[in-house]
Write a protein that binds this ligand. Structure first.
Ligand code: 26A
Length: 344
């Protein structure tokens, strides 16, 4: 990083979750009717998972939550603390303490809403080979309310930011907060970035997603998420390039800044879709023995991207840094990094 960035230039909202991660056999997924690479919300029948992971599978506890992961990674690459501000809701417990400590150690400026008497959210991460299946028990995270953003000090942070990032996951929690941040970004002509987050968002939360989409300048997603969006829209083609072109052509509040879609597809090239152009960015394929787990790869991609985007770098540089960050965290447990960033 060469120049100094404005503190709090980037604001994100999301679900702060503590990941409970373990390698499990496939029949563990089957027992809970889960698939490899799922990302779902826990129902009552999933609740025993968390205890079982700890008792029977030597689970590791890792800082998680999609947006918080991305912002921690952006901070790691930037090497300048407090560039990014994070809002989300936690309980008043040990897990909240761990999350806050990890976020602050990364340099993130966290402003949690605290809900007493509700536990901090957790996410079961079930690792099977190079796949990871996620089951989130949002708990306190689900209690985020818009008044947190309206507290004067927090409102000032939102007003003073230049870039905004919110996950599709947060649509399950508080669409009014998303709309408020989106409207602020729009009024100030500042970029608003969002993520499709998981297929279930397009399947079950399409209405609030469509309400937010006109404000979205850059939309991120992976191939399964883009396809779920296309299916929910009943688009005829499952071709990723076609889906991307349609996504960028959807209604936009500020047509002067055409929407951009960035679609990842594992170790296949990242697609950058702008109006009628589709560009490919290759991904360095890791050997199987280098892969620790793929949990957080998509979040790290966004984190790397954001670290360059807030510096006004070209999309080409942003995407290359996204690929660098994703490659790095895949070689580490969960969405964690080791050593100093090596992106130049
Ligand atoms: C609403 N849901 C389901 C979620 C999540 C989530 N973060 C926010 N909301 N489900 C899983 N995650 C997080 O995604 C990361 C991997 O991309 C997990 O905590 C994990 O760290």
């Amino acid at each position: 990083m060469t120049s100094t960035l404005q503190e709090g230039i980037l604001v994100g909202c999301g679900n702060p979750l503590l990941d409970i991660s373990a390698v499990v056999p496939l029949n563990f997924l089957q027992k809970y009717s889960m698939n490899e690479d799922d990302a779902i919300l826990a129902e009552d029948r999933h609740m025993p998972i968390y205890g079982e992971l700890v008792e029977d599978y030597q689970a590791e506890f890792l800082a998680g939550g999609s947006v918080q992961n991305s912002l921690r990674i952006a901070q790691w690459i930037l090497r300048q603390p407090r560039v990014a501000v994070f809002f989300g809701c936690v309980g008043e417990d040990r897990y909240a303490g761990i999350l806050k400590e990890k976020a602050q150690a990364a340099g993130l400026d966290v402003h949690y809403q605290v809900k007493k008497d509700v536990p901090t959210g957790t996410c079961a991460v079930l690792i099977t080979g190079t796949h990871r299946s996620l089951c989130a028990n949002l708990a306190a995270a689900n209690n985020f309310t818009i008044d947190h953003l309206e507290e004067p000090s927090n409102k000032a942070l939102v007003d003073n930011a230049q870039y905004y990032y919110i996950s599709g996951f947060f649509l399950t929690v508080n669409p009014p907060s998303i709309m408020q941040v989106a409207a602020t970004a729009h009024a100030k002509q500042r970029p608003f970035l969002m993520n499709l987050s998981a297929p279930f968002i397009s399947q079950f939360y399409m209405a609030p997603l469509l309400a937010a989409l006109p404000y979205v300048d850059i939309i991120f997603g992976n191939e399964a998420e883009a396809q779920a969006f296309a299916e929910a829209q009943q688009w005829p083609s499952g071709d990723l390039r076609e889906i991307g072109k349609r996504l960028v052509a959807m209604e936009k509040k500020n047509p002067a800044r055409p929407r951009i879609a960035i679609l990842t597809q594992g170790c296949d090239p990242v697609l950058l879709i702008q109006q009628d152009s589709v560009q490919e960015f290759p991904v360095t394929k890791l050997a199987v023995h280098e892969i620790v787990d793929t949990n957080g790869a998509g979040d790290a991609f966004v984190g790397g991207f954001l670290s360059q985007f807030v510096q006004g770098k070209s999309l080409d540089v942003c995407i290359r840094c996204g690929n660098y960050a994703a490659g790095h965290i895949i070689k580490n447990p969960g969405c964690t990094y080791s050593g100093e960033p090596e992106f130049v």
